[in-house]
Design a protein around this ligand. Structure first.
Ligand code: ATP
Length: 484
């Protein structure tokens, strides 16, 4: 039984060197997280699994890696400078700040009904959020609406003294060059996809790609989130893995369905996430240029949350960049004898959010058979990761330090083919537990008999069964086990 909570995951991540607060010696920094040795090994493996599935295994998807800071005109054209904003309010009584949708999420049905009436819409959070946005843009006075509807502060649990709702732009800013003024202002990218749009024609030409084809990128994105929360679910610096697929508008909805299915298959078949933990959710409100959009949601310990977005983006991005740059971002389709701006279908997932989903998915506690005297139950914590993402795939555990002369060369050999670890410190039982907690699928125990029979004991993480395997056949044995 898993009994997973966010607290257990956070503690395990700290205890076992996966993830901890950035700048922890200074008390941390809200919305920023560092990855330790096991976390970075897993994160790289996960990114590589995505890259392999989305780019390396396909002829019709190319890769790129753009800069984090690009010409600020990119973000003016994309609409981020003017519109990439959340609506926020503060409770003046306790200085707590909320995003309006998160605040509404915590209200009773009565308060929501009062708000809906005041805003002239249904008591549906996304519709009310849209109403706030429209009214703010139109300059309507909605400064007292939260107070009038007795909206409750989730922290003090009583009606708050609310500031007027206001738009808050999420773009992180910096300056480029020696002068810190408006003309030298630049932005850290808020998503990785915009530089894909600006590079579309260059990549299509140099790679001699015909439509339909895609361009993929992984990398850091930055958002000045109002309320970073839920561990690495919502941070201010995170990594995205995005793919933009360019096609003719007539085919776009078929590609949209195709990519939804491909992405779900990645979660089911490659990452082995249980189907009951994932669902799709169509967006109620679509951007004016889009024909469809959906989220793939995962059931986190705090509820269902967006893991990935699948978006039909129309010709919006290429048209905007073309208009602002004065460059043609169109395509001549020789088969159709037609010149057009391609329609885009996007898949976009956060690497850190996916890490959290995997940690929650595979966290488990079971009753170990090794009960100690005086203890009623001996609970084993185990991450049942598939080998493709396990930070360590095989651990070599010599029974005694005296066996290093023979066990070390074996470990060095395994390192060439598998993410491997060597641990000769402490009792063997404790060493197994440590490996279970970081999700190592196989442990290889080298004992004194190994010197005689040239064999080792291989212990499986999930079943805890042990098998004696000849050292000559060990590599192929491990290969088969972790790929089955
Ligand atoms: P949300 O509604 O949760 O803020 P979003 O709809 O703004 O997300 P997108 O802009 O579609 O998200 O970004 C694509 C993906 O990037 C998301 O599905 C998520 O996995 C990831 N992501 C977005 N914002 C963050 C963040 N602040 N921290 C971690 N991951 C994020």
């Amino acid at each position: 039984m898993s009994n997973v909570t966010l607290e257990k995951i956070t503690n395990l991540c700290k205890r076992r060197g996966f993830i901890f607060q950035s700048s922890e010696v200074y008390g941390g920094y809200n919305g920023f997280w560092d990855y330790g040795p096991n976390g970075v090994a897993m994160r790289r493996a996960l990114e590589q699994a995505w890259w392999n599935y989305m780019v390396e295994m396909r002829d019709n998807v190319e890769g790129q890696d753009s800069t984090i800071i690009c010409n600020p005109k990119v973000w003016e054209a994309s609409g981020h400078v003017a519109q990439f904003a959340d609506i926020m309010v503060d409770n003046k009584e306790n200085n707590k700040r909320y995003r309006i949708d998160n605040l509404m999420d915590k209200q009773s049905d009565e308060v929501l009904a009062a708000l809906a009436t005041a805003l002239g819409t249904d008591a549906d959070i996304s519709k009310m959020e849209a109403a706030f946005e429209t009214k703010l843009k139109a300059g309507e006075d909605i400064s007292n609406v939260l107070g009038d509807c007795a909206v409750v502060c989730p922290t003090s649990e009583k009606p708050g003294k609310w500031t007027p709702p206001r738009q808050f732009n999420l773009m992180m800013q910096t300056y480029v060059g020696p002068v810190f003024d408006e003309d030298h202002k630049a932005y850290l990218r808020a998503e990785t996809c915009q530089p894909i749009f600006t590079n579309f024609s260059a990549i299509q030409t140099v790679m001699r790609q015909k439509l339909p084809f895609g361009i993929a990128q992984t990398g850091k994105a930055f958002r000045n989130e109002i309320n970073p929360r839920n561990f690495i679910f919502r941070s201010r610096e995170f990594t995205q893995m995005e793919m933009e697929f360019f096609c003719h508008d007539d085919e776009a909805m078929d590609w949209y369905t195709y990519w939804r299915d491909e992405r779900l298959n990645f979660y089911y078949d490659v990452l082995k996430i249980d189907k009951s933990k994932l669902k799709t959710h169509d967006h109620d409100k679509l951007a004016h240029y889009a024909k469809a959009a959906m989220d793939i949601e995962f059931e986190f310990p705090f509820g269902w949350g967006e893991l990935e977005g699948i978006h039909h983006r129309g010709t919006w991005d290429l048209s905007q960049h073309s208009e602002h740059s004065g460059q043609k971002l169109t395509y001549f389709d020789q088969d159709r004898k037609e010149h057009y701006t391609p329609t885009v279908v996007e898949t976009s997932v956060g690497l850190d959010r996916l890490m959290l989903a995997l940690l929650c998915s595979f966290y488990d506690e079971d009753e170990a058979s090794t009960q100690k005297e005086g203890k009623e139950k001996d609970i084993r914590t185990v991450l049942r990761f598939p080998a493709v993402i396990a930070p360590v795939q095989v651990a070599v555990l010599p029974l005694s330090k005296k066996l290093a002369e023979q066990a070390q060369p074996l470990y060095r050999k395994l390192l060439k083919n598998f993410r491997s670890d060597y641990d000769d410190k402490g009792q063997i039982g404790r060493r197994y537990r440590r490996q279970d907690e970081i999700g190592t699928p196989l442990c290889v125990t080298f004992d004194f008999d190994s010197l005689e029979d040239n064999a080792v004991t291989v212990r499986e993480r999930d079943s805890m069964t042990q098998e004696r395997v000849s050292i000559d056949k060990l590599q192929s044995y491990i290969f088969e086990k972790i790929n089955s």
